[in-house]
Design a protein around this ligand. Sequence first.
Ligand code: C2E
Ligand code: CA
Ligand code: CA
Ligand code: CA
Length: 278
Amino acid sequence: AKSSGANTYKFARRDVNSYAYRRLVIEQELRVAVERKELGVYYQPQVALTDGAIIGAEALVRWRHPTRGIINPGDFIGIAEEVGLLDQIGTFVLEEACRQSAEWTAKGMNPKVAVNVSASQCQRPDFARDVLTMIERHGIEPNMLEIEITETVAMLDPRTTARELAPLRAAGVRLAIDDFGTGYSNLASLTRMPFDVLKIDRSFVSECVRDGSARVVVATILTMTQNLGFETVAEGVESAAQREFLLGQGCTFAQGYLFGKPMPAAEFEALYLAKRRS
Ligand code: C2E
Ligand code: CA
Ligand code: CA
Ligand code: CA
């Protein structure tokens, strides 16, 4: 028993050290990455379920690491947040998304672009003003930009969130609640929030064919949001069976590997043009 205790201790210690070490390496490399412009943005299509036309794109950050290749946000967003780099990264993504949107408009394309915003980013008092300045600087239509805030972050302090976001909504920027169903919103507070779009979390969508209770959750969210006048996007649609179920429940928009993974802007453009309504 003693020796196994010792082993456990050694293992735990090594684990802690390797986590701390990995974190330190990522932190240092990430600081350099931001300066060296190693961060980039991928775009995942959002489609109309009825005809598959691409109506928008979600902007998702990627790290083009010089030796390790493309790194997904799951492997660095948490650390970036802990060490205070996420604001800077978020501002970069927002700026790049606005620039890309202006370029697409100039090319005669009109997908709306949705950008994820972190808690610390949207809680800054200047957040709304900064976004509006950026929109103006890039000369894009406010309604081509959508800001995604997770349900959990939005509902931490619903009154403050609503107040801070009001100027964006008033200017025509679209506001979306991300990962809906994973937080604890109540209906009353939801209707007082300035949101246009509700994104149903992938955890429910991916189970909605297999699992009865996930099916009920998705159906209930769809009924509720339609009655309250929200647009809905189902996230993480991977199969035709899921698409059929969602269509049958009156869901209008979707996003997921079935329609396209996150991809570089040039690839998104090609797909957008191929799926364009004739
Ligand atoms: P999210 O906002 O929920 O974004 C959707 C994630 O689900 C993306 O992962 C996307 O690749 C993945 N996904 C989409 N469709 C499917 C599907 O059909 N199946 C599966 N298995 N996955 C699917 P990604 O790009 O790795 O991003 C992960 C998370 O990182 C995002 O989750 C978001 O919370 C965060 N993130 C990404 N970019 C940014 C950013 O610029 N700022 C902030 N604050 N967070 C970001
Ligand atoms: Ca999102
Ligand atoms: Ca999401
Ligand atoms: Ca998610």
